[in-house]
Design a binder for this molecule. Structure first.
Ligand code: 4AD
Ligand code: MG
Length: 431
């Protein structure tokens, strides 16, 4: 008998098929029993009509409990009422691994309990839908850059220096008591790679030791970071807009079923059009003041400020030209106003905040030396980075998008810990 995955069965109506998976649930009424079987590609209803079977088999069916692993053989039948269009008429089945007292039942559980059982919680319908959207997000982000002939250049995780501020560095004890840090961002290495290959990106984990417990902070998250030689801030924002729009269209095309499972109203996503809005930091401050939010020019935005901005727009908005004082050392300053950095954030829609951070980099070695000093960063650790300004320096720009922040918005998930397979936060490092 041929083996299939559940998502292939629609093409095999009338055939006999063998399926391998796990029991999502079972129920019986009178002479008929139902098994909801999941295999990662979908969930299918398998039917056991008692009069067609031996007493022994019907008895064995009663032993199938939630999350037992099972092999099912039977006839693939069209079923118009099923969301996947087919069901299975069981001929035989075999339990592989039993599952007694599975801790997660369909009833409500507390978040802490579910987080502690993340290794099992992943099997639920909602988590499966989120992980599929996450997987596609990564795939289509890579595809977007591949289509534009970007090279994927991986950045190291052990790094000798800070990229995003020394207060959020995780220190690691390397050999001979040498101090080294977990990467906050691949950016500095992408700058080297951009000057070697023109258009590059990296995709990898990033680590932040900020003592923050908000619903959008992880200590370990995943970032996609392009960097392009000869780009300025406007071209950089355009690239970010094109990337976000591309991924969004692909997800809307491919993940309708998952959005339904998540009860995600996709109207606001379908309404996202190009161009996204562009707003200077100074104008954003004015907007917040008009909304009676207490904030002064020079303050960084908190999550409530970003949400308030996002509520005003029906699609993502770029905030550009922040006060240089609140931005990283590598940002180029605006030639028209030295108090402004040529950096931008993309604020996602529907109250979700910063999802992308990026901008144009300082390419002048004298200026950069001064910035390192102002930020009290040790020059020795950055000598290689300064070399990039010594040998054929060019204007360049790039950005980083946190995959989880993006998926949190797309799936409209309350807390970011649900959109990464195994979350690391201030108070959780297990399982
Ligand atoms: O704004 P950030 O700190 O910028 C950088 O790291 C730049 N070096 C990127 C670059 O230009 N190549 O981080 C970029 C994005 C944020 O917009 C956010 O989406 C995500 O990374 N991010 C986090 N996601 C989850 N938890 C955290 N603690 C995050 N910190 C940043
Ligand atoms: Mg940022």
């Amino acid at each position: 008998m041929k083996e299939y995955y559940i998502d292939e069965l629609k093409q095999h109506i009338g055939e006999k098929a063998k399926l391998k998976g796990w029991v999502y649930n079972t129920r019986s009424s009178g002479k008929i029993s139902f098994l909801m079987l999941r295999d990662g590609t979908g969930i299918i209803q398998a039917v056991l009509f008692h009069p067609n079977h031996t007493e022994e088999r019907v008895k064995r069916f009663a032993e199938l409990t939630q999350e037992a692993s099972v092999i099912v053989e039977g006839l693939v039948k069209e079923d118009k009422r099923s969301p996947i269009g087919v069901e299975i008429d069981i001929e035989e089945f075999e339990m592989l691994g039993k599952s007694i007292d599975y801790p997660i039942s369909p009833k409500e559980h507390g978040v802490d309990f579910l987080q502690s059982n993340r290794h099992l919680w992943l099997r639920s319908k909602r988590q499966m839908a989120i992980m599929k959207i996450r997987s596609d997000t990564i795939f289509y982000a890579r595809e977007f850059f591949n289509n534009l002939n970007f090279l994927c250049i991986d950045a190291p995780i052990f790094t000798p220096s800070a990229c995003e501020g020394t207060t959020t560095l995780f220190e690691v004890n390397y050999f001979d008591n040498k101090k080294i840090y977990l990467s906050q961002s691949g950016q500095l290495y992408m700058e080297a790679a951009a000057l070697a290959f023109g258009k590059v990106y990296c995709f990898g984990p990033a680590f932040r030791a900020e003592k923050s417990k908000t619903r959008r902070h992880l200590t370990e998250f995943w970032q996609i970071e392009p960097e392009v030689a000869f780009f300025d801030i406007s071209q950089d924002m355009q690239l970010a807009e094109d990337m976000v729009f591309y991924i969004l269209q692909k997800l809307l095309e491919r993940r309708q079923e998952e959005f339904k499972i998540l009860e995600r109203d996709i109207k606001p996503l379908e309404n996202v059009k190009k161009p996204f809005y562009r707003l200077s930091y100074t104008d954003a401050i004015e907007l917040l003041k008009k909304k009676k939010i207490e904030i002064n020019w020079g303050d960084d935005f908190g999550a409530p400020d970003e949400s308030a901005i996002s509520e005003e727009f029906d699609r993502p908005v770029f905030i550009h030209r922040y006060p240089s004082k609140i931005k990283a050392f590598y940002m180029k300053h605006d030639k028209d106003d030295d108090n402004l950095a040529l950096g931008f954030d993309m604020i996602a829609g529907e109250g979700y905040g910063e999802t992308i951070g990026g901008g144009q980099r300082e390419e002048n070695i004298e200026v950069l030396l001064k910035r390192l000093e102002e930020h009290k960063l040790p020059q020795e650790a950055f000598n290689w980075y300064l070399d990039l300004r010594k040998y054929g320096s060019v204007p360049h720009a790039g950005f980083g998008m946190g995959i989880e922040r993006f998926v949190q918005w797309i799936t409209k998930t309350q807390h970011i810990r649900e959109v990464i397979p195994f979350a690391r936060t201030m108070d959780r490092t297990e399982p």
